[in-house]
Design a protein around this ligand. Structure first.
Ligand code: NAD
Ligand code: GLY
Length: 362
């Protein structure tokens, strides 16, 4: 097991990464303020991992209730959040009951928001079971639900007490979900870790083949990058915005297609290509780098061509993004692979140029 730390003063917490960690209830019990846990999971993950985890915690003397949510991004909403609150209240969960998110990013974001708001805040532990959640969503304390008009529009910053990432759970993950998780892994290389991007180009076959050593390496490097960023800018006043590389276009794709039609990681992949093309169009990023980015994403079996909603619809959808400031849409752009920055608002012409697939400026 490898343990990293998200350094946030007295709210610092460990990220444990390793095989077989669901068999280590001590990693959870060490953090409990009271021997009481509500496991929040979904109908796909529950049959795979709920019973053994619940049994091990109960064997340690912990009172456990479980809440099994419907699966899917289209359930990341008020109705599902209320299902959690109903269960917590009916089961008389108290202020020191710890909510434990067992699942992917959807479960983690929902459970985290429930933890942030139930009785004005209860303890929270992340046990991520998708690659995307292990490398990104379980770390850093962003929690949210979607609004019909915009992705992750309602939520809170609320840090977990610990992240326990059992890499064995990835064995049951569908191939498409694995690729979606690799999209966020590639993102770290693009925004701040050129050597990691090089490594990914050399090792993408091993990752797709689920070689444990390669997966562990990619998860640890991703979490190290994320933990550093969160420690420096927890509330996204600057640096943390770089983690949204590809997400302005990506969130528009998710909302525009209808939540769940494209996986989050797939939408981010196509969004990262658009953001790279926008960077190239502005004369910042070399064509050779764009080619490398598209090639790696395509090798990962991720979409590199965005859906064609038309420029106006994209602009309308992106107008609801959280990075809009003073009505202008800001994008994360690249100067080169491994170096990103937050742009000023873009004009319609600039955005239209990449959505229309026009070539870069001479
Ligand atoms: P997800 O939670 O929908 O999980 C993907 C699918 O895999 C689901 O069907 C799930 O039930 C299933 N699954 C989970 N673990 C499994 C396992 N071990 N074996 C088999 N199936 C399993 O999707 P995701 O990609 O994990 O997360 C995407 C969500 O995360 C989006 O809502 C996105 O907005 C959010 N997100 C949040 C942050 C953040 O910082 N909070 C960062 C990135 C993404
Ligand atoms: N996934 C973006 C962030 O955590 O800031």
């Amino acid at each position: 097991m490898n343990t990293l730390t998200v350094a946030l003063g007295d709210r610092s917490y460990p990220i444990h990464i390793g095989a077989g960690l669901l068999s280590r209830p001590d990693l959870v019990t060490a953090k409990l303020p009271q021997q009481s846990v509500a496991i929040i999971t979904n109908s796909t993950v529950a049959p795979l991992y709920l019973e053994p985890l619940q049994g091990r915690l109960e064997a340690c003397g912990v009172r456990v209730i479980s809440v099994v949510l419907p699966d899917g991004e289209n359930h990341k909403n008020w109705e599902t959040l209320n299902t959690i609150f109903d269960a917590l209240i009916v089961n008389r969960c108290e202020r020191k009951t710890t909510l434990l998110a067992l699942g992917g990013g959807v479960v983690g974001d929902l459970a985290g928001f429930a933890a942030a708001t139930y009785q004005r805040g209860v303890p929270f532990i992340q046990v991520p079971t998708t690659l995307l959640a292990q490398v990104d969503s379980a770390v850093g304390g962003k929690t949210a639900i979607n609004h019909r008009l915009g992705k992750n529009m309602i939520g809170a910053f609320y840090q977990p007490l610990a992240v326990v990432a059992d890499t064995d759970t990835l064995a049951t993950l569908p191939d498409r979900e694995l690729s979606a998780g690799i999209a966020e892994v590639i993102k770290y290389g693009l925004i701040r870790d050129a050597a990691f991007f090089d490594w990914l180009e050399r090792n993408i076959g091993r990752l797709l083949a689920r070689e444990p050593g390669a997966l562990a390496c990619a998860i640890e490097r991703s979490c190290r990058n994320k933990a550093e960023i969160v420690a420096l800018d927890e509330r996204e006043t600057g640096l943390r915005a770089l983690l949204n590389y590809g997400h302005t276009f990506g969130h528009a794709i998710e909302a525009g297609m209808g939540y769940g039609a494209w996986l989050h990681g797939e939408a981010v992949a196509a969004g990262m290509v658009l953001a790279a093309r926008l960077s190239q169009y502005l004369g910042l990023l070399a064509e050779a780098d764009v080619t490398r980015i598209v090639a790696l994403l395509a090798q990962t079996k991720l979409p590199v061509v965005p859906p064609d909603f038309g420029v106006d619809r994209y602009l309308e959808l992106m107008g609801h993004d959280k990075k809009v400031e003073g009505g202008r849409i800001r994008f994360i752009l690249l100067r080169r692979i491994g170096e990103a920055f937050v742009s000023d608002g873009m004009s319609r012409t600039e955005v239209a140029a990449v959505l229309g697939g026009q070539p870069a400026h001479a």
